[in-house]
Design a protein around this ligand. Structure first.
Ligand SMILES: [Zn+2]
Length: 453
């Protein structure tokens, strides 16, 4: 039984000196450092903080089917290096899309023996798979995802309001959350029509092509459906702060709605995105500085529950960096390996603390994915998923630190604060000081069994 000791253990809503006693894969107890039983192995990390392993509820692993974009091996290496111990994979961009149980089984086969951290799957809701919703839930997906607008890949169609209404009773019966890409097509089509002749190398053109109105109208529709169909609604990657007023009201009304935003919306701002810099393309788009500050306020106020990466990589040529046209470029920003330092860099400048990081990047996502009784906390009975984090060191983002398949990133060259020193998955060391243990110890998270594979 080893003990993990630090002067800054983030546990029970406090940052305090503590020793985490681990037995097998679980935390046995958390005790004051002077109460470590004699004779056991002690890992003392001194002033470096120990946080619960982070959980990313929004990742596109693209496996099986598009492993030239990413894959379980590279995504989970990036995760381990970034302090994440569990990923929940989106149902699209992989082939087949996770819209049926056989497709989920193909994903399980692809993941087997290849993961450095634990994982689980979201199922997809598309126009014609209502009959698969209950079976996907029974098979172990953590919830569902759908698009109200073109998803970018043909294999995962959007749903219209009518199609969504057909699916919602099925979703509601599972008790699982429905994660929705909340943009409606009409305001975007209108904006695009007015931008036919515009210069698509300019970031401003792309920003204008996806106005806040598209998000705002989608959020309004979803809240009314949530009221009517009584399902658990989760808004993924909120970009516009304009929706916060409605979301706050929905909360006060008691609607079951949760919200996420992403590191790129919290760190970048449209004013500083250079023309042609298509690495910054994502949907909804990165908006202005003032909007970013409002998103931070939304987090502080608890209207935004969590931060997920929306790690969505692609081969570099799909970013069209040579031409720099935002219209043609694939939208998506990969950040699994550096999301924690990105957010810590912002958090530490804003008078916030590691407690907030844990709330937004471990507890919140764990609750969304229904694994909050085992993941996302340092407490007795929880999985011994631990991250050793040096909050004071700084580093420059370079290609060697990214670890995912294609080391492209809008963050290259940036100086960030906070270094992941080590990551433990269920008590086992998986990453330390730039090295991986090499043993793929990750497995699918299943609530019904501690030994799923
Ligand atoms: Zn996504």
């Amino acid at each position: 039984m080893p003990a993990f000791v630090s002067q800054q253990v983030v546990t029970a809503g406090r940052i305090q000196p503590a020793a985490i006693l681990v037995e097998g894969e679980e935390i046995l107890s958390v005790v004051p450092p002077n109460q470590v039983p004699a004779g056991i192995e002690v890992h003392d990390f001194g002033q470096a903080a120990i946080l619960p392993g982070l959980l990313d509820s929004h990742v596109h692993i693209n496996d099986p089917g598009r492993t030239d974009w990413e894959g379980f091996e590279t995504a989970t290496l990036a995760a381990a290096a970034g302090g994440y111990t569990m990923l929940v994979d989106m149902p699209l961009n992989c082939v087949p899309a996770t819209t049926s149980v056989p497709a989920l089984e193909e994903k399980r086969a692809a993941a087997l023996g290849r993961c450095q951290v634990d994982w689980a799957a979201w199922g997809g809701v598309v126009h014609d798979n209502q009959d698969n919703i209950a079976s996907l839930a029974a098979a172990g997906v953590r919830g569902f995802k759908c698009f109200l607008i073109d998803s970018g890949v043909d294999s995962f169609g959007m749903v219209t309001e009518q199609q969504l209404k057909t699916a919602l009773p099925h979703v509601a019966r599972t008790g699982l959350p429905l994660l929705v890409h909340a943009e409606l097509p009409a305001p975007i089509d209108k904006a695009n029509n007015a931008l036919m002749q515009a210069d698509w190398k300019r970031y401003e053109t792309y920003l204008r092509s996806r106005p806040s109105e598209a998000e705002l109208s989608a959020v309004r529709l979803l809240l009314s459906l949530c009221r009517e169909y009584k399902f658990r609604l989760h808004i993924v990657h909120l970009s516009t702060s304009q929706a916060l007023i409605e979301l706050r009201a929905a909360r006060s009304e008691g609607l079951a709605v949760t919200v996420e935003t992403c590191p790129h919306y919290l760190h970048l701002a449209s004013e500083t995105i250079a023309d042609g810099a298509t690495l910054n393309k994502c949907a909804p788009p990165i908006r202005g500085r003032e909007n970013r500050e409002q998103l931070w306020q939304g987090l502080r106020d608890g209207i935004i529950d969590l931060i997920a990466t929306d790690h969505s990589p692609c081969p570099p040529h799909m970013k069209h960096l040579d031409k720099g046209t935002f219209k043609a470029a694939w939208g998506g920003i990969a950040s699994l390996s550096i999301a924690l330092p990105l957010i810590w860099t912002e958090v530490s400048q804003r008078g916030l603390s590691l407690l907030d990081i844990v709330r937004w990047m471990a507890e919140g996502p764990a609750r969304l994915a229904g694994c909050h009784t085992r993941k996302g906390k340092i407490a007795a009975g929880y999985d011994a998923d631990l991250v050793v984090f040096d909050p004071h060191s700084e580093f420059l983002v370079n290609e060697q630190r990214l670890y995912y398949r294609h080391p492209v990133s809008p963050y290259l060259g940036e100086k960030l604060r906070g270094v992941v020193k080590a990551t433990y998955l269920r008590g086992k060391l998986v990453f330390a000081d730039g090295e991986f243990s090499g043993v793929p110890a990750g497995r699918e998270f299943r609530l019904d069994s501690r030994m799923s594979d």
